[in-house]
Design a protein around this ligand. Structure first.
Ligand code: MEV
Length: 313
């Protein structure tokens, strides 16, 4: 049995701007997506076909279920390049809005490359996974989520027309992920911003220049472990995202509610829902957690996890 896993992600600084070749800073989280790959049945006999068992749905490969889209693509790529094999691929999913699509591709590629004895480096896993995601995604995607799933930890990521730079940064303490309870569509919001860019090209040029500066300063604050400074930059970044139309009344209420306990808080990702990320004041962590419990908001402390991993047993 091959068992691989990859972490989910949250964006710290630079969402949307990263889609246009600018840098961002993102972090892995301590919620992983697991893939189990078995080419034998419980009696040790070889399997007669390939099956997918994911998100509570079982299907023969190729699966007709939209929920299996990325797994279908991943398996098809291996069959096309390295030949057909029979196996059962099972996943243990993680909550939505935390990078499950990128994590399933990365963990799937790791498991399959292990089955095919390809001995791939992380860079090779990244390239293969990103090509699959680009093919499967309708809109533009920067690939930062794939990078986090592969390399783990906190990274600065930049993708200038396919020229990709990934830099590992220090882990950050006291980061809290807060679920807005609303699901948002990254594809639609990326499209919406690209339409606004067409209309207000110069304004967005200026906005992205400021976000670049925020990311550069953010990297310094992370290196210096100056979390007050990092929180200030998160607040500025959030203000810009709000100006771009990516916040909501509910998100603003949530952010205002946690202000007394945090140095900074912002939308993380495409906006209008999914998760908020906050950096809390060292001495206020318990108070923040109690507050979030009182207002019945799902949350967890982010511990930066390792990148993609595999074990064979
Ligand atoms: C979504 O998590 C972040 C965006 O910047 C899209 C992307 O980078 O692919 C909005």
């Amino acid at each position: 049995m091959i068992h691989s896993s990859a972490p989910g992600k949250l964006m710290l600084l630079g969402e949307h701007s990263v889609v246009y070749g600018n840098p961002c800073i993102a972090t892995s989280i301590n919620k992983r997506l697991d893939v189990y790959l078995n080419d034998k049945n419980e009696h040790g006999k070889e399997l007669k076909c390939t099956t997918i068992d994911a998100l509570g749905i079982k299907s023969k490969f190729p699966s007709n279920f939209e929920q299996h889209k990325f797994l279908n693509l991943t398996i098809a790529k291996f069959f096309e390049k390295y030949g057909h094999k029979n196996f059962k691929l099972t996943t243990k999913p993680m909550p939505k809005g935390l990078g499950s699509s990128s994590a399933v591709v990365v963990a799937g590629v790791k498991a399959l490359s292990t089955l095919y004895n390809l001995n791939w480096s992380n860079d090779e896993i990244f390239k293969f996974s990103y090509d699959i995601v680009k093919e499967g995604q309708k809109g533009k995607a920067s690939g930062y989520d794939i990078a986090v799933a592969v390399y783990g930890g906190t990274i600065r990521y930049e993708n200038k027309k396919g020229n990709i730079h990934i830099k590992k940064l220090k882990n950050i303490r006291n980061l809290i992920a807060i679920d807005t309870g609303v699901k948002s569509s990254t594809t639609e919001l990326v499209r919406e911003i690209s339409e606004k860019m067409e209309k207000y090209g110069q304004i967005f040029c200026g906005i992205f220049k400021i976000i670049n500066k925020i990311v550069d300063e953010g990297e310094k604050e992370i290196t210096d472990e100056n979390y007050k400074g990092l929180g200030e930059l998160m607040n500025i970044n959030h203000g810009i995202l709000n100006a771009m139309g990516l916040s909501t009344y509910e998100i603003e209420n949530l952010i205002n509610g946690i202000k007394p306990y945090s140095y900074g808080a912002k939308i993380s990702g495409a906006g209008r829902g999914d998760y908020i990320i906050a950096i809390c004041k060292e001495q206020s962590k318990n108070n923040l957690m109690n507050y979030l419990r009182d207002v019945k908001t799902e949350h967890f402390e982010i511990l930066q996890d390792k990148g993609v991993d595999v074990e064979i047993y």
